[in-house]
Design a protein around this ligand. Structure first.
Ligand code: NDP
Ligand code: OXD
Length: 309
């Protein structure tokens, strides 16, 4: 009954002490030392190579080492019927909210404009709204979106959320589906995307979407890079339809050194660090998921493969 851990060598170094301390009695196999594949029952993975999970004939449970599962579902040979659990860790949720609050405040307080002016030693004031006069829209109103929304609301922002279902969330205006997206976009001077990557959300941040925002809106994308049509963002920044963008996730990671985003004065790039997985807290959450699964209890945060998140 072995548990496989498959991620990058750096991640294995970070996780190993916590996993071995939490499970001294378990047969843990850290990639690439996997031993007999037939003994592997559970797999803890981040970006497994296509076909890898299918090579464990007795695999019973797949655990994502992140909140997203797109890195697992993209595998065309993914074994059918094996449940997939994603990581939902309050530590990560708080980290994401810190990131969102920082970037929304940066956009709200026109920080991009003042950075550009500073570079030119230009002393020029601009009218400034209060948070209560600023509308913020969240694309994706799940674990991360709702926590970030609550913290933005506590700062006074006028916040609304968009989800697939349009489910009601007390204290917030919510919208759902395609008709709801129009309404959400029309009211969002700052748009924050925390959407999971699915066929429906691929390329969703495109010219058509930007055109429906108020002129000069700000964008934060911490969902997935393949949701953004990069050329459309550059065009929207050129026209002023989008005033500035903060991006944490990219089509290609690491972002290539020659990519235009790196040096664009109205883009901030962060290297996929908005909410990093935190082994000290995540270990206990994963242990509970595996214990619940083995005991035949319902496992929290098992994903719906048909929905794709
Ligand atoms: P959840 O599953 O809790 O929430 C996802 C939200 O997106 C839900 O509100 C869901 O709607 C909505 N949604 C999904 N598909 C659509 C769609 N087609 N149209 C409209 N709404 C949709 O996920 P989390 O909040 O935990 O995480 C979200 C994503 O954030 C992850 O999948 C990952 O890609 C990204 N992430 C990025 C990190 C980073 O460091 N940059 C770190 C962690 C996560 P409904 O409520 O109706 O189900
Ligand atoms: C995640 C991420 O999905 O870090 O957890 O992007």
């Amino acid at each position: 009954m072995a548990i496989l851990f498959k991620s990058t060598p750096a991640s294995i170094r970070r996780w190993r002490p916590f996993l071995t301390q939490a499970w001294p009695e378990r047969d843990l196999r850290f990639w690439p030392e996997i031993g007999d594949r037939a003994e592997v029952r559970h797999a803890l993975v981040w970006h497994p190579e296509p076909g890898l999970l299918a090579s464990f004939p007795n695999l019973k449970l797949i655990v994502s080492l992140g909140a997203g599962v797109d890195h697992i579902l993209r595998d065309p040979e993914l074994p059918a019927g094996v449940p997939i659990v994603r990581l939902v860790d309050p530590y990560m949720t708080r980290a994401m909210s810190e990131y969102v609050v920082l970037q929304v405040l940066r956009l709200h307080r026109q920080d991009f404009v003042y950075r550009i002016q500073q570079a030119a030693a230009e002393w020029r004031e601009h009218d400034q709204k209060n948070a209560a006069e600023r509308t913020v829209g969240l694309l994706g109103f799940g674990q991360l979106g709702q926590d970030a929304a609550a913290k933005l609301k506590a700062l006074g922002f006028d916040v609304a959320g968009w989800s697939r279902s349009g489910r009601a969330v007390p204290g917030f205006t919510t919208y759902g589906g395609a008709p709801g997206l129009n309404a959400l976009l029309r009211r969002s001077e700052i748009l924050v995307s925390l959407l999971p990557m699915t066929p429906e959300t691929e390329n969703i941040l495109d010219a058509g979407l930007f055109a429906r925002l108020p002129h000069g809106a700000g964008l934060v994308n911490a969902g997935r890079g393949r949701q953004l049509v990069e050329a459309d963002l550059l065009a929207a920044l050129d026209s002023g339809q989008v005033s500035a963008a903060v991006l944490d996730v990219f089509r290609e990671e690491p972002l290539p050194p020659t990519h235009p985003f790196w040096r664009h004065p109205r883009i901030i790039v962060t290297p996929h660090v908005a909410a990093e997985t935190h082994p000290p807290t995540a270990t206990a959450i994963i242990a509970t998921a595996i214990e619940d699964f083995e005991a035949g209890r319902p496992v929290a945060n098992a994903i719906d493969r048909d929905k794709g998140y």
